[in-house]
Design a protein around this ligand. Structure first.
Ligand code: AMP
Ligand code: ZN
Ligand code: FE
Ligand code: FE
Length: 272
């Protein structure tokens, strides 16, 4: 029997709302056999529920979603099946989380000067010790009634170029590629259609050493799926997919809405 995978999921260790256990339970309930929890800048969920997943017949693959800079564009790259005890990865991710935390402070300060009083403590609580991000700040703004939705928070205040936006450190793509390859892992371009000029950028990311393209994602339409399926094939790369579920934090995809047959992700399965 063919097994099905969702290789792009978030928990409360980054900007999702579910616990890692809830993700595993829900994945199983919705007929998934292979799962990668790809929280931003951390792999806490993997250590927390690897055993739990095994016991329930779910193959959990180590993963994280890295924010990379390429040509001035914020590009997300998914890393899979790397050695989770690699010290350089651990060190690098820890530094990114520290920067995220300082940036959280800076955003709260900026909002205050703009007349939006949210507490740093609340943002920290929402981030729950994981990778703090704009979605946590957005949720605090919604809670205080300053905006009606997380989307409105981004549109009015937190999006790039908006009044409370604060820059964040990013990986250079070549650095992310070297780091993950050295630790035995593989990389995939997350939600390829979400980048300005993606038709030019995605092929260049493959040239830079990224191994796959996430063609199954709620934001990738049929036409682009075909475009990038063909590109991957011509370049000797492979394809991945996932729902990008964030629990109730974001209406992107819902767990179970993307089911990737295991035959497509052989290169990842060979490494676990
Ligand atoms: P950060 O990593 O802190 O810069 O936050 C980026 C994250 O915010 C992305 O991974 C998305 O999950 C989320 N995000 C970006 N734009 C929006 C938006 N317009 N509405 C809701 N969430 C967004
Ligand atoms: Zn996210
Ligand atoms: Fe992303
Ligand atoms: Fe994501």
């Amino acid at each position: 029997m063919t097994r099905f995978a969702d290789l792009h999921l978030h928990t409360y260790h980054s900007d999702g709302t579910r616990s890692p256990r809830e993700v595993i339970d829900l994945a199983r309930e919705r007929g998934l056999d292979i799962v990668a929890i790809s929280d931003h800048d951390n792999i806490a969920a993997y250590f927390e529920v690897k055993r739990y997943a095994d016991e329930r017949g779910v193959l959990l693959i180590a993963a994280t979603e890295l924010s990379c800079g390429y040509d001035g564009v914020d590009v997300h790259i998914l890393a899979y099946a790397f050695n989770t005890f690699d010290e350089r990865i651990d060190e690098r991710l820890r530094r990114f989380r520290e920067v995220r935390h300082r940036r959280g402070h800076a955003m709260v300060d900026k909002l205050k000067t703009l007349g939006y009083e949210i507490s740093l403590e609340r943002v920290e609580q929402l981030a729950a010790g994981g990778a703090m991000g704009r979605p946590h700040v957005a949720r605090a703004l919604v809670e205080r009634g300053y905006v009606a939705s997380i989307n409105e928070a981004f549109d009015k205040l937190l999006g790039g170029g908006k009044p409370a936006y604060v820059e964040k450190a990013r990986f250079a793509v070549v650095e992310a590629v070297a780091l993950i390859h050295d630790a035995g892992g593989l990389l995939s371009v997350a939600h390829p259609t979400l980048y300005r000029d993606h038709e030019r950028i995605v092929p260049e990311l493959l040239d830079a050493g990224v191994d796959a393209i996430e063609i199954f994602h709620p934001n990738v339409d049929e036409e682009n799926r075909e475009r990038y399926r063909n590109l991957a094939r011509f370049r000797g790369k492979f394809v991945t997919g996932g729902s990008d579920d964030h629990g109730t934090a974001k209406e992107v995809g819902t767990l179970g809405s993307v089911r990737v047959p295991e035959a497509l992700i052989g290169p990842i399965l060979e490494r676990v």
